[in-house]
Design a protein. Structure first.
Length: 487
């Protein structure tokens, strides 16, 4: 038996989490890319055959990333020198042409097998890469699906998307075409969420030889990998506070993993020395951003929080109310994922604001019947949408919606204290991203939202609306007050 040990370090959903934080009250630093780099450097020195991979969403989540539209992130990632990175949904946030630019400045392969420009039947990205190490050949390919690619509907250059079933077929194409007898290990890098990884693993044929699925998107923390269809599935939470580590033994004769250990490694100052040169490089971006965005735009009466996307939050309530005041709508739905911080205030600088609400979009008001409104709330409040992979919403103060998990149905919906009537018309304000993806995210088609003929663009910049609202409303506050209730 010819075997070889490999160490695979893996991250996902780093989201611009560049800086270390003090979290334990003892002065110990936790997370940040300089500490992460220090640990990766240490492992590369200690172990013989090390691979570092990232399963999507390097960008978004920090002002440093936003200010430079991901260029700063790719430059920093070049310093970390991952062996291979897969495409995540947020890599497309700055538009398709900019993604292709980011790919060109990356010193590492960015792989994806199933995102096509279908008009020309061309894959958008490098579909696979084979890394030769210690006499073994390791094949990597990447997968993303329409479930997480909603943002690309803003870009007309790509006209269609790939379902989970089609994604499994693309894995088969890569394996059938490129997985010859010399391929010792096959690793699938996904960015579709842990539950979807499980479903995908069930669809893969044993003959395709996928050994590992290393995923992202759902920010899942695991005690141990899950084994499905003889495929090990794992991911490593979110940010830079931890990193996944596989130590595996691969058999060259059977092209299989014969033994493995996996652990989620917390990244802190007791683990390794920080990479000072990388920290200096990150600080050069941070200093420029701090100088530009240090102005105070608002002071709140108290800190507002947004700890989870699936529930009503005090910060979410403030954003929804601000949009409602401008739109003068009966209902406003704000995508919980468009609010990118867990807390803000009391003092809000321009830097805080940009980090909190990095995405800009138009706001538009639609007029729809109450029966459609009930359908929307029944859809967005359903239990299986609150699994970490669904699209959830914050609502304005006029709304009170009650959902009963036991019967899996909407119990009641009221606007301004009155129950919503099926035949009465109501106005609803939406961000453009959520209108474009209304069928998937709200269970209603664009045609149904436009059916009454009454719709109006409120603003071409939701971010400017929110910034002006904060500037002109000092010492405001919000609480969680029962706008969305789950029984």
């Amino acid at each position: 038996m010819k075997t070889k040990k490999f160490t695979i370090l893996h991250s996902n959903d780093i989201h611009g989490d560049f800086l270390a934080e003090v979290k334990d009250g003892k002065g110990n630093l936790i997370g940040g890319l300089s500490l992460l780099s220090g640990y990766i450097n240490k492992v590369r020195q200690e172990e013989e055959n090390v691979l570092y991979i990232i399963s999507g969403d390097m960008v978004q989540g920090s002002l440093i990333d936003l200010e430079y539209k991901g260029v700063s992130t790719i430059e920093i990632m070049n310093y970390l020198a991952p062996d291979v990175v897969s495409l995540g949904n947020h890599e497309l946030d700055y538009g398709l042409p900019h993604l292709l630019f980011l790919e060109k400045i990356a010193n590492f392969p960015l792989v994806n097998a199933n995102l096509y420009i279908k008009k020309y039947n061309k894959r958008l990205m490098l579909p696979y890469v084979i890394i030769k190490k210690a006499g073994f050949d390791i094949l990597f390919t990447g997968i993303i699906t329409d479930k997480v690619l909603a943002s690309i509907k803003q870009d007309e250059l790509i006209g269609s998307f790939i379902s989970l079933e089609e994604a499994s077929e693309e894995v088969g194409k890569i394996s059938n075409a490129y997985k010859n007898d010399d391929i010792d290990l096959t690793i699938l890098l996904t960015h579709i969420g842990f539950e979807s990884d499980i479903e995908l693993a069930k669809m893969l044929k044993a003959e395709w030889g996928v050994d590992l699925i290393i995923g992202g998107h759902s920010h899942t923390i695991l005690d141990q990998p899950k084994k499905v269809n003889n495929i090990l599935i794992t991911q490593a939470g979110v940010g830079s506070d931890q990193i996944g580590r596989f130590d595996i033994i691969v058999d060259d004769d059977t092209n299989s993993i014969v033994d493995y250990k996996w652990k989620l490694i917390p990244i802190d100052s007791s683990l390794a020395e920080p990479d000072e040169r990388l920290q200096d490089y990150i600080d050069s971006f941070k200093d420029a951003v701090d100088r530009k965005y240090s102005a105070i735009i608002c002071k709140l009466a108290k800190k507002l929080t947004h700890p989870v996307r699936e529930e009503e939050t005090s910060l979410g309530n403030l954003v929804a109310d601000a949009f409602t005041e401008t739109a003068q709508s009966d209902i406003t739905l704000v995508g919980s994922g468009s609010i990118r911080v867990n807390e803000i205030g009391p003092v809000i600088t321009l830097k805080d604001f940009k980090a909190c609400f990095p995405y800009d979009d138009f706001l538009k008001k639609y007029t729809i019947e109450g029966r459609k409104l009930k359908r929307i709330f029944a859809y967005i409040m359903r239990k299986d949408n609150r699994d970490g992979e669904g699209e959830c919403y914050q609502v304005n103060s006029a709304v009170k919606a009650v959902y009963d998990d036991k019967v899996a149905g909407l119990e009641s919906l009221a606007v301004n204290g009155s129950s919503v009537s099926d035949d009465e018309f109501y106005t609803i304000c939406l961000q453009g991203y959520h209108f474009n993806n209304s069928r998937e995210y709200m269970g209603i088609t664009n045609e149904e939202l436009l059916e009454s003929g009454k719709h109006k663009v409120i603003t071409t910049s939701a971010r400017e609306v929110l910034e002006e609202y904060l500037r002109n409303n000092q010492n405001i506050s919000r609480d969680v007050e029962g706008r969305l209730i789950y029984k």
